[in-house]
Structures are given as C-alpha cells and as structure tokens.
Design a protein around this ligand. Structure first.
Ligand SMILES: Nc1ncnc2c1ncn2[C@@H]1O[C@H](COP(=O)(O)OP(=O)(O)OP(=O)(O)O)[C@@H](O)[C@H]1O
Ligand SMILES: [Mg+2]
Length: 317
C-alpha cells in the first residue's frame, strides 16, 4: 500500500446469488458468494483458493464488473466500481484486465496474434503507430518474439497461447489482473513458467494480481496473501507464509492434507483428516457438514475471528 492511500481494490461484504429456479409463484436462489471481504494492495498478489464451485470465478467476475453484485461494495482506487460514470468506467476497464483458464477458448481462433493483442488498444482509441509499439513490447514482455505476431492461436502450444493471453492482458498497462486458473489447462512444466512470467510482470510493471486456483500448491508458490474459500465464504485469510506454516481452519488443513506428500514440509504434523458428511444446519457454520472437529457450538454460525493479521471463520480459534 502506498502511504495512507487506499488499497488498489477493497472488497467489503460482497454477496452474489444466482437465480436457479423460477416458477410463477416461487424463485429459488443459490448463494455463490457470501459476505466476502478482502483488499488487494498495490503490487501485491492475492491468491484465491477453493474447490470447484466455491465461488472463485464469481468473485473474479464481480471484481471486474462482468456481472452484477447483490450486496456489498467493491472500491477500485477508492471508487465504487458499481457507481462509476462512463468516463470513470472506461478508465477502470483500461486499468483492470483478465487472463482465463483456457487460452484455446479465450483467444479468437480467426485472428492473428497481432490482432488479438491489438483489440483492446483499438477499443481504447490508441493510435496505430503507438499500437504497434505497444504490441511488440507486450509480446516481448510475455516471453515471445515478434515472429509470433503473424501466427494464429491454432499454430501455438498451450503455454504460448497463454503467453499471448497475458500479452493482451498487459497491453493497456493495467494495475490489476484477475488471473482465473491461468495454469490449470497447462502441463506441469509449463505451469511453472507461466507463474514465473506473472511474477516477473508483477515486479516489472507493478501490477497487482488476483490469482485464482483450486490448487493450494500453486497459490502457495505465487501469492503474498491467500484467501481460502468454501461455499462462497472465506474460511481463512492471511499471509501465505503464515498459512502454510500454521493453517488454522480445519478446511485449510484438509486442503494441505490433499497435497502431494513431499509438499509442504510441515504436512507431517497434520493428522490425516477423514472425509465426513453430516447434515447441514440452517444458520450454522457452513463447513459443519464436513468438519472433523465440529461440536454443538458449530450449529451456530461463527464470527470471523481476527488474530495477528489472520482471519478465520471458526469457533475454535
Ligand atoms: N450463471 C450461473 N447461474 C447459476 N449458478 C451459477 C452460475 N454461475 C455459477 N453458478 C454456481 O455458483 C457456484 C460458484 O461458481 P463459480 O464458477 O464461481 O465456482 P468456482 O470456484 O470458480 O469453480 P471452478 O473451480 O469449478 O471454476 C457454483 O455452484 C456454480 O454452479
Ligand atoms: Mg472457476
């Protein structure tokens, strides 16, 4: 954070419900994001981790204003993104961008790499000469040379395609990139290269990243701080090193327990936690049905406890 200025992104009590069933008399909603709060500071990587369906992509889309929120607020550089005028919104669109999981579907197969990277520059009215310079710089910064600019996505490997997606995401010089599972569709060897590239760009261009992944191992490698999500709710939030050393929430412990045996080294301290399935309690802890240490008190929803910069949604902390 720069001095006393606000963080780049401030998310407070954000909630999102999806309409899943509608009849003449009845509407049924599913809460995908439940009163979530977090900040992303300038030049910081925030990791968002959780299993499939935990609401990671929904949060990413809300933060980029690709979908409407139901409750809460999202401030970008101190301004509410949901009440920006057209001019402010245009600047916000320029200063925020996204990298998706699968570059096979996120890149238009009919366009050359040049045209793909050029699109956002045209949308934002950048002159042709400057466009060319920026495209060349972006592709080089993404680790590819100019010969790639005349190719089509089908002529690239998965890793190269993701580099093109990253070049496109950085070409307008954003302050924030939401990277939604940017390495999940790639081979393990290529995953690490893409992570290193994002880290390099973060440093070079002072970009903040919201790095979304279902894999705590991947997030642990790149993020400064981590948010652990379960059923749309933050179970635990804190510095990556602290969480890796001493995960406090039972769900975070389970996530670590499901990592390969050689990582992280402290894993041996954690007992193997059995899979548990209980009935949900209405108004109770959202993790109750799977929690290995739940007791009667957990029939009541816990408050978020704050201890030494860590936040944990659990009665037993
Ligand atoms: N448009 C929609 N309409 C109804 N339900 C939706 C919609 N989009 C997402 N959901 C539901 O909201 C929940 C959260 O979805 P989301 O895509 O945010 O999860 P995720 O954590 O990104 O999962 P994954 O790891 O599989 O990408 C899921 O249960 C999903 O089925
Ligand atoms: Mg997702």
């Amino acid at each position: 954070m720069e001095g006393n200025s606000p963080p780049l992104l401030k998310v407070e009590n954000l909630s999102k419900k999806y309409l899943i069933k509608k009849t003449l008399f009845h509407k049924e909603y599913f809460t995908a994001v439940d009163r979530v709060s977090f900040d992303i500071n300038y030049g910081e990587i925030l990791g968002v981790v959780g299993e499939s369906g935990s609401g990671k992509s929904t949060i990413g889309k809300l933060v980029l204003k690709l979908i409407q929120k139901d409750e809460g607020s999202i401030l970008f550089k101190g301004k509410d993104i949901y009440s920006m005028n057209r001019k402010e919104e245009k600047i916000f669109r320029k200063e925020s961008s996204v990298v998706f999981q699968d570059p096979r579907t996120s890149l238009n197969p009919r366009l050359t790499v040049y045209k793909i990277i050029e699109e956002p520059l045209i949308v934002h009215g950048v002159e042709r000469k400057e466009r060319e310079e920026r495209i060349i710089k972006a592709i080089n910064d993404a680790g590819l040379d100019e010969t790639f600019l005349s190719r089509y996505p089908s002529e690239l490997s998965g890793g190269q395609r993701q580099r093109v997606a990253i070049a496109r995401a950085i070409v307008l010089d954003p302050d924030l990139i939401v990277a939604d599972e940017p390495t999940s569709a790639l081979d393990v060897s290529v995953q690490l290269q893409i992570i290193k590239l994002l880290e390099k760009l973060k440093k070079q261009r002072n970009i903040s990243l919201m790095f979304i992944s279902h894999d705590l191992n991947v997030v642990g490698n790149i993020a400064d701080r981590i948010v652990v999500l379960y059923r749309g709710k933050i179970m635990e939030k804190g510095n990556t090193a602290d969480i890796i050393k001493n995960p406090k929430h039972p769900y975070t412990k389970i996530l670590f327990d499901s990592l390969p045996p050689d990582h992280p080294s402290h894993r041996k301290d954690l007992k193997k936690i059995p899979e548990i399935e209980r009935e949900d309690i209405k108004g109770g802890c959202l993790f109750y049905h799977r929690c290995p240490v739940a007791e009667d008190i957990c029939r009541k929803e816990p408050d978020i406890k704050k201890i030494n910069g860590r936040e944990v949604y659990c009665h037993f902390v």
